[in-house]
Design a protein around this ligand. Structure first.
Ligand SMILES: [Fe+2]
Length: 387
């Protein structure tokens, strides 16, 4: 993931005395992943991060699966998800399996009276609509439409929106969400042939140190439940930190498409990977330039992955009647391909304005009750001529 980063004040060596102006010690905390064997950061709190005042009863936010054995192409109208004032209450799981939870959210208000920490999964939050600042214990990240906000597990955060029409496409991964291995060299640097580079990765830049003590509610998510923890110190009380484990933003508008003489397959559009699913970005680009090229994709059978597309903007070249916020699910085991007329329409076209995020999961996705509430039940018939 991103390279080494540091903000604020840290001691010259790890695990040595580091004193506050009043002579007391800052509280060092190691935030490490895969035990002590992978990415980590060392953070320095003004107050011990362990002081719990109270734990309210946990409550379930587990997805309500309505169809665990989907074997049908599906379309969901994502913008039909009902907005909610509260960020956490607005998160609606739509497609889930043990490796991946895909949710939609339309929060109207900023998080004012609580903080959130996902302890069980990394989060990738794609900002379809809305802008503001993602405030985190590691510092602030301003965001605008098109940003992928990647928030590793364990990061305490708060959304501060400067807009009320906010539309988020959220993916939770119990396994680490990383840059594709083929994009990085042995030192972890993004290679010349990657579609984005370190300059496109926006790290936390402003570290606000809140030293206040009191009663601070942090809603902690793990295993389908929210645990409301009350802490005695503000969770954003870091005086400094350094390491490799921190949130960052990557805009889909900074993703440089790789094009060719003939149709390029989806892996050319990849942004992130986990051991069990990939994330891709389809962005405006020039079309294939072989004189007989067919820019629209061929029919394809996803032999070993379910394919989810979230349509952000522009006309999607291989689909008819697709609107902003729509989600299609093409499960493994069934052939899908361009809609009637789209192949001919694509021949000779010079460019596409499409903007979409794709998730391909190796394990089948299950459909929630909330997803069926926004489904177009006739989508599976949409490849018939004349439909
Ligand atoms: Fe496909």
């Amino acid at each position: 993931m991103p390279h080494y980063h540091r903000l604020g004040h840290i001691p010259p060596k790890r695990h040595i005395t580091f004193r506050r102006p009043d002579g007391g010690l800052y509280a060092e905390q190691l935030v490490s992943t895969e035990g002590f064997s992978d990415l980590y950061s060392l953070v320095y709190h003004c107050h011990p991060p362990t002081q719990v005042l109270k734990i309210d009863p946990a409550y379930s936010v587990a997805p309500k699966v309505a169809d665990p054995d989907n074997m049908q192409h599906r379309l969901f109208k994502g913008l039909d998800v009902v907005p909610d004032d509260d960020y956490l209450d607005s998160r609606v799981p739509v497609l889930v399996n043990t490796d991946c939870h895909i949710s939609l959210a339309a929060p109207r208000q900023s998080m004012k009276d609580y903080f959130f920490k996902n302890s069980g999964a990394d989060e990738m939050i794609f900002i379809h609509r809305g802008e503001g600042i993602l405030k985190t214990m590691y510092g602030n990240i301003p965001f605008t439409p098109g940003d992928h906000l990647v928030i590793p597990r364990g990061v305490v955060y708060q959304f501060r929106f400067s807009s009320t029409d906010n539309r988020l496409f959220i993916v939770e991964s119990p396994q680490p969400l990383r840059f594709p291995k083929r994009y990085v060299n042995k030192a972890g640097q993004l290679l010349e042939n990657a579609p984005y580079c370190e300059r496109d990765i926006r790290k936390p830049q402003v570290l606000e140190t809140h030293e206040d003590k009191g009663d601070f509610l942090v809603k902690i998510k793990r295993d389908g439940k929210i645990w409301p923890y009350h802490y005695a110190a503000h969770p954003f009380d870091l005086i400094g930190w350094d390491g490799f484990h921190y949130p960052f933003a990557l805009s889909i508008h900074d993703f440089e498409p790789i094009t060719g003489r003939i149709h390029q397959p989806p892996p050319m559009h990849q942004t992130f990977e986990t051991p069990s699913f990939v994330v891709c970005a389809f962005v405006p680009r020039l079309y294939d330039y072989h004189p007989q090229a067919i820019p629209a994709p061929y029919n394809h059978s996803n032999v070993d992955s379910d394919e989810v597309l979230y349509y952000v903007d522009g006309d999607f070249m291989s689909r008819n009647d697709i609107k902003q916020g729509y989600i299609t699910l093409h499960p493994k085991g069934i052939v899908h391909g361009p809609h009637p007329g789209t192949v001919e329409r694509s021949i000779g076209a010079k460019e596409t304005k499409e903007l979409a995020v794709m998730i391909d999961t190796f394990r089948p996705l299950m459909i929630t009750e909330q997803a069926f509430a926004i489904e177009d039940p006739d989508y599976w018939r949409s490849w018939l001529e004349g439909k």
